[in-house]
Design a protein around this ligand. Structure first.
Ligand code: DOR
Ligand code: ZN
Length: 409
């Protein structure tokens, strides 16, 4: 057994002087005041559960120029994320058992972090012969290409027929204009009502998870039983920041007041999950006449938010809950807490170790970030199932990630 000793985050107690015992299989054997092991490491860092990011786009298969499992998972690892759920809007979309299996194989061979896959939902999907036997991380529904009755009924169809969560991109299809745009504010204007009108029409169900909440108006009509997530760009960026059209993202950036409302909801737990919506596109596309939507963020999410904790704008308790405990709980997986039986997925952090985010040190093939030069705190160590995979933003392992929701067909 390996032992890591220091101030350990224990749910319900907070930071406590303790030892985490890690068994040879990479799972936590014990968390106690005193433990003896073959290798004993004492740290002055705080010891936290690593993050699960339930919203990334690793573009593999389909767009290797933007991201692949190796680069996306390296970015995750260096940012303190030891498990990701990949979204199904790849090429081809993850919308059949064979596409699901193919992506699962690619990830198994190339990911350094553990992973699950979202499955692309569409009207009538529950009538497919394989539907009942599929158990993806979740079903994901996009508004594009569907009309509102189809969108609504597909949500209800999945709730009625599957125990797995249905994650929605909460924008009303009839209120998204596909007009070409010349500025970031035009993009926001185009979609100004889409979030509110979509969420107002969603069922109040605990099967529902609302991805990337972006506006106060949307927050106000969030169904009370649904879970939800917020991304760093919707907390920290708005239209009055000095950012350009490269920050076009769906749902869009909005006003400072929306940042405040979302941040308050994260602080009080109304929004329970933090996710990156890591959506890599190349700067050449971003600066073209028709820029695609999306902002990369899997590597910067936890470092930015640890800095928020160091600056006293967010409590450590809320961050650990939103980055580790709640995503695991929502997905129904044994992770996110440092307790016996869970994988030893751990980050150690020195909250005084502030650095500036620098593109040079990031791993995504997107190769840009709106957070260049922002203050951030990268974890000193990132441990995935007992193995050190990154130190101070430097990758230490290249593979070894395993599937959390392997194909069942
Ligand atoms: O901005 C976005 N980019 N929103 C989405 O929903 C999709 C994502 C992407 O895949 O690029
Ligand atoms: Zn997304």
């Amino acid at each position: 057994m390996k032992v890591l000793e220091g101030k350990v985050w224990i749910t319900g107690q907070g930071l406590t002087n303790a030892c985490v015992g890690i068994n040879d299989d990479g799972y936590i054997g014990a968390v106690k005041k005193i433990l003896k092991g073959d290798v004993h490491t004492t740290t002055t860092d705080i010891i936290l559960p690593a993050a699960t990011d339930m919203h990334v786009h690793f573009r593999d298969p389909g767009n290797p120029e933007k991201e692949v499992w190796a680069s996306g998972s390296a970015a995750a690892a260096c940012g303190g994320v030891t498990a990701v759920i990949d979204m199904p809007n790849t090429i081809p979309p993850t919308n059949s058992p064979s596409h699901f299996e193919e992506k699962n194989n690619r990830a198994s061979s190339n990911s350094v972090v553990d992973f699950g896959l979202g499955f692309y939902a569409y009207p009538g999907i529950s009538k497919e012969s394989w539907f009942k036997n599929m158990s993806p991380a979740f079903w994901k529904l996009y508004p594009y290409k569907f009309n509102w009755p189809e969108y609504q009924s597909t949500v209800n169809e999945i709730i009625a027929n599957s125990p797995r969560p249905i994650v929605i991109h909460g924008e009303h299809p009839d209120y998204i204009s596909y007009e070409s745009l010349s500025s970031l504010s035009d993009h926001t204007e185009n979609r100004s009502k889409a979030e509110k009108l979509c969420l107002e029409g969603m069922p109040n169900s605990s099967s529902l998870h609302v991805a990337h909440l972006s506006s106060q108006e949307g927050l106000d009509v969030l169904p009370s039983q649904a879970s939800s997530e917020v991304c760093p760009h919707h907390l920290l960026l708005n239209l009055s920041c000095k950012v350009g059209i490269e920050c076009k993202v769906d749902p869009p950036l909005r006003e400072r007041n929306d940042n405040y409302a979302l941040y308050d909801a994260l602080r009080n737990g109304k929004i329970d999950i933090l996710a990156s919506d890591h959506a890599p596109h190349l700067m050449s596309e971003k600066s073209s006449a028709k820029p695609p939507s999306g902002i990369p963020g899997v590597e910067t999410m936890i470092p930015l938010m640890l800095n928020e904790v160091a600056e006293d704008r967010l409590s450590l308790e809320r961050l650990v809950s939103a980055m580790s405990e709640k995503p695991a709980e929502r997905l129904g997986i044994q992770r996110g807490k440092l307790i016996p039986g869970n994988p030893a997925d751990i980050i150690t952090v020195d909250l005084k170790n502030k650095t500036k985010i620098s593109l040079e040190n990031l791993h995504s093939k997107a190769n840009w970030t709106p957070f260049e030069n922002w203050d951030a705190i990268f974890p000193s160590r990132v441990i995935r199932r007992g193995q050190l995979i990154a130190t101070d933003g430097v990758l230490q392992e290249k593979k070894g990630g395993t599937s959390i929701f392997p194909p069942t067909l």
